[in-house]
Structures are given as structure tokens and as C-alpha cells.
Design a protein around this ligand. Structure first.
Ligand code: NAD
Ligand code: UDX
Length: 460
């Protein structure tokens, strides 16, 4: 069967893979080719053991793979065949040179642009799907202008999916944003991208805009979301001291329709590959224009998050008689949130490293993220066990630290867990997902986030 058009995507990661799978699923008339330089990743996309865990993803991939969705390392072939090329490569924080630790590292993006130029056999629309600094489209266009033969129109189409709910977010987005130059070529290219999404997204949810607004909106959206978490987390230590309950505070303020109830869940700190790096990038951009006050404001969101992670461990040390040496800590959850195997920037990385520095023995339980946890901790000194069985993890443990809000942790037999642990038994619930009163009744000393601890210790 002939396809109406071919779309390629460079980068088969957490964004490229699911996004292209949904496009292929919703647009059987298009051929979709996803390319990556990582052979192992592509091998797994072509297997039954996908490199990305997302509820609903396996089913969609099974439905369309080999029909109109293809995963390959053949970049040249994909570039030649496609009229529209999405770039969905990683744009991590730069780890060297100017802007180290703050700016976005655009080398993968530039490499993708250069490869497109090298292999192109005609005009193409290039879609920035990666999150980029504002005015990155100019930088990409500059690289692509090296081609004297063909015209490449760069369009911005930032992705707003959240991991763990990626498929749902892609099928029913709040909005799809497409920015372009406001020239006839820019508007024509933008309309081509609108046509893709129109296959399943209501037209009124497809927003078109100026390209710089589109790029900046992505950074701003992540900064605003993260800012809400840091705002609520900043109040948790006060709650723990004065006896207020952060969940009640969240609910009470979230009922104000001007505030809204989402992203007000206090936690051990936000993780994920986006929030920290995108805010650091925003701060870097603000500083580069001399906007120090605005930069300082957003930097505080990251600082509060670092404080929250550290505070969690310090609290454990303080409450467990000021020493964790040789104590066994069962870490419940290593993924940066539930329903993903992704551990990038997970609060668990910071917490576990600090526990190991204190010479604790750590036993990590996670239903999907152990493979990544092992990679994250491979160079770290200390004793770490990995298991999918929570009952195994808690055997002779002194404490449990809940770091990811996996549903399974709510449904465990905590009477049995209490029996298996050393006494006194501690639970530090970094996600406030457990039934604290019940745990206290069983005999645990319970330390939620932003609530008064429930302990059996007498003050002397
Ligand atoms: P990722 O690291 O999971 O995937 C990126 C992939 O690109 C990797 O597999 C890498 O091998 C590949 N790659 C890099 N350079 C390449 C090249 N020159 N040719 C071919 N392949 C190449 O990253 P991700 O989480 O999918 O994020 C991708 C982009 O999307 C980032 O800019 C990120 O900020 C943005 N984003 C991520 C999320 C998220 O939740 N993960 C959400 C929205 C936006
Ligand atoms: C985020 C944005 O939500 C998404 O729109 C963007 O495209 C990519 O970055 P993601 O990082 O995948 O998505 O997950 P998200 O649901 O935003 O959670 C990020 C972190 O914040 C997680 O560690 C999560 O546990 C934490 N979080 C979230 C809280 O601590 N409290 C909350 O109320 C919400």
C-alpha cells in the first residue's frame, strides 16, 4: 500500500518512541520511521521488551509496528524518504565549557541537523520536538543554511507529555503547540504539522504561534509546574514543626479555582529528566540577557528541590539516633514517579547516595526501574541489594523510605512487614501514600512529609 506521506523522527527515546507510535496509530495513511544512533535501543523497540515502559504503549506498538511504524538505525534512508522530520534527541544540561551545569547541550541537536543536511534529497520541514532554548530554531536554521540546494523550514512543536501517562497525554492533549516563522513558507510548514495532529486532536486544541513564543512556552510550562511543587514543598518543614498538615493545606488552597488542585502534592522532591534541566536552561538564558532578578527567582525553585531531598535524609539520620551505619534501609521505589521505568534525576538517586555515604545498607524495590537503578548506582560505593519483592527488601530492615508512589506499596501487608523488620521500625513516607494511622497502630514510627510524625518514643 502506498502512503500519503512519510514522517521521520530522529531520536527514539521517551518522547520520540511514544509520540511517533501514537502518530502512526492515529494516521494509518502515513509511514512513520523512528531513527536512533543507539543500536540497542532500536533492537529493543523492535522486540517485545520495549526500552520505555508506559501504560498502553506495548499495545499500540504491537498494533502498528511493521505496518506503518518502523524503528531503524538507517538515518540516511529515513531522511531521504521523509518530507517531515521531527528532531526528538536529548538536550541535557551541558557538562563542560561555557554554561557548564546550566545551559542546554545542543550538540545532539546540531548533529541531527547536520545529518539531515548531509543526506537530504529535497526540501524538508524540520520539527523541533526536543525542548530547546528560546531562539534555538535560529541556530538550527543557521546550520541548515549550509545547504545551498534545498530549503529547510524549521517549526517548533514542543512536547507536553508527562511520563507514566504519555499515551493518554498524546491521545488527549490539553493543547498541541506549533510555532513557526510568520512568513508564507513558515505558515505553510506550520499548516503541514497541523494536518498531522488534526487526525485526532480537535482543531481548537491545536494552537499556532510565533516560533519564539512556542519555544519559550515549553520552558515556561515546565518552570511553572515545578514551581508549584517547590512552593508546596517549601511549606512542609513548617507543617512538621507547627502541626499543620500539608495535605490539608494543599486541598484548602487548591479549592480556590484561581489556584487549582494539580501539582500541589508534597513529596521528597521532584525528579525526571525535564524540570531541573529546563529551569537551569531558563535561568541561564535569563542571566545571559542580564536579567538577574528573574534568574534568581527561578533558580530558587531548583534550590528548594535540592533542599527537600537532603532534608529527607537528614531527618532519617536525626530520627534514627544520629547514625545509619550498618542499618538496613528498604527503599520503596526508585523511578522518579509511578508508572515509568525512568530514573533520570529521581529523588531516589540523591537519597540512596546519601544513605550509602552514611554507611547504611540499602535494599531497593521497584517493579519497573531496577535495571536503570543498577546503572545509576554502578559506580557508587556501598552495599546495595535490588529486588522486586518488598517482603524480601524489608527483612531485618530498620527503616522503609517510600520514594515513588507506586500503587503496589499501598496494598502491602504492613503487619507482616512489621514482623519482618528490626525494632524500633521506622517508615519515612516521602510520598504520603500510606495509611499513617494504621502503620502507627501496628507499631511503626511514622514520618510523613509535611505532617507531624507519629512515634512511640517517650520524651525524656
Ligand atoms: P532520551 O534520551 O530518552 O532520547 C533521546 C534519543 O535520541 C536517544 O535514544 C539518543 O540515542 C538519540 N539521539 C541522540 N542524538 C542522535 C542523533 N544525532 N541521531 C539519532 N539519534 C540520536 O530523551 P527524551 O526523554 O526522549 O527527550 C528528548 C527531548 O524531548 C528532550 O529535549 C527533552 O527535554 C524533551 N522532552 C522530554 C519529555 C520527557 O518526559 N522525557 C517530555 C517533553 C519533552
Ligand atoms: C514533566 C511535565 O509534567 C510535562 O508536561 C513535560 O512535558 C515533561 O516534564 P514528567 O517529568 O514526565 O513531566 O512528570 P511529572 O508528572 O511532571 O512529574 C515530575 C516530578 O514531579 C515527579 O518526580 C513527580 O513525582 C513530581 N511531582 C509531581 C510532585 O512531587 N508533586 C506533584 O504534585 C506533581
Amino acid at each position: 500500500m502506498g502512503f500519503e506521506k512519510t514522517i521521520a523522527c530522529i531520536g527514539a527515546g521517551y518522547v520520540g518512541g511514544p509520540t511517533m507510535s501514537v502518530i502512526a496509530y492515529k494516521c494509518p495513511q502515513y509511514k512513520v520511521i523512528v531513527v536512533d544512533i543507539d543500536e540497542e535501543r532500536i533492537r529493543r523497540w523492535n522486540s517485545d521488551n520495549l526500552p520505555v515502559y508506559e501504560p498502553g504503549l506495548d499495545e499500540i506498538v504491537k498494533e502498528v509496528r511493521g505496518k506503518n511504524l518502523f524503528f531503524t538505525t538507517d538515518l540516511e534512508g529515513a531522511v531521504k524518504e521523509a518530507e517531515i522530520i521531527f528532531i526528538s534527541v536529548n538536550t541535557p544540561t551541558k557538562e563542560y565549557g561555557v554554561g557548564k551545569g546550566m545551559a542546554s547541550d545542543l550538540r545532539y541537536l546540531e548533529k541531527a541537523a547536520r545529518d539531515i543536511m548531509k543526506y537530504a534529497n529535497g526540501d524538508k520541514i524540520i520539527v523541533e520536538k526536543s525542548t530547546v532554548p528560546v531562539r534555538a530554531a535560529e541556530a538550527i536554521s543557521k546550520v541548515l543554511s549550509g545547504s545551498k540546494k534545498y530549503h529547510f523550514e524549521v517549526v517548533s512543536n514542543p512536547e507536553f507529555l508527562a511520563e507514566g501517562t504519555a499515551i493518554n497525554d498524546l491521545l488527549y492533549p490539553d493543547r498541541v503547540l506549533i510555532g513557526s516563522r510568520e512568513t508564507p513558507e513558515g505558515i505553510k510548514a506550520r499548516e503541514e504539522i497541523v494536518k498531522i495532529y488534526e487526525n485526532w486532536v480537535p482543531r481548537e486544541k491545536i494552537i499556532t504561534s510565533n516560533i519564539w513564543s512556542s519555544e519559550l512556552s515549553k520552558l515556561a510550562a515546565n518552570a511553572f509546574l515545578a514551581q508549584r511543587i517547590s512552593s508546596i514543598n517549601s511549606l512542609t518543614p513548617l507543617c512538621e514543626i507547627v502541626g499543620a498538615d500539608i495535605e490539608e493545606v494543599s486541598k484548602n488552597i487548591g479549592l480556590d479555582s484561581r489556584i487549582g488542585n494539580k501539582f500541589l502534592k508534597a513529596s521528597v522532591g521532584f525528579g525526571g529528566s525535564c524540570f531541573k534541566k529546563d529551569i537551569l536552561n531558563l535561568v541561564y538564558i535569563l542571566r545571559s540577557y542580564g536579567l538577574e532578578e528573574s534568574a534568581d527567582y527561578w533558580m530558587k525553585v531548583v534550590e528548594i528541590n535540592e533542599y527537600q531531598k537532603t532534608r529527607f535524609v537528614y531527618n532519617m539520620i536525626k530520627e534514627m539516633s544520629n547514625t545509619l551505619a550498618d542499618k538496613k534501609i528498604a527503599v520503596f521505589g526508585f523511578a522518579f514517579k509511578a508508572n515509568t521505568n525512568d530514573t533520570r534525576e529521581s529523588a531516589a538517586i540523591t537519597v540512596v547516595k546519601k544513605l550509602l555515604e552514611e554507611k547504611a545498607i540499602v535494599s531497593i524495590v521497584d517493579p519497573k526501574a531496577l535495571e536503570n537503578a543498577k546503572k545509576d548506582l554502578k559506580d557508587v560505593k556501598g552495599t546495595v541489594f535490588y529486588t522486586e519483592d518488598p517482603y524480601e527488601a524489608v527483612k531485618d530492615a530498620d527503616a522503609i523510605a517510600v520514594l515513588t508512589e507506586w500503587e503496589i506499596f499501598k496494598k502491602l501487608d504492613y503487619e507482616k512487614i512489621y514482623e519482618l523488620m528490626r525494632k524500633p521500625a521506622f517508615i519515612f513516607d516521602g510520598r504520603n501514600i500510606l495509611d499513617h494511622n494504621n502503620l502507627f497502630r501496628i507499631g511503626f514510627n511514622v514520618y510523613p512529609i509535611g505532617k507531624k510524625p507519629l512515634t512511640h518514643f517517650e520524651k525524656i
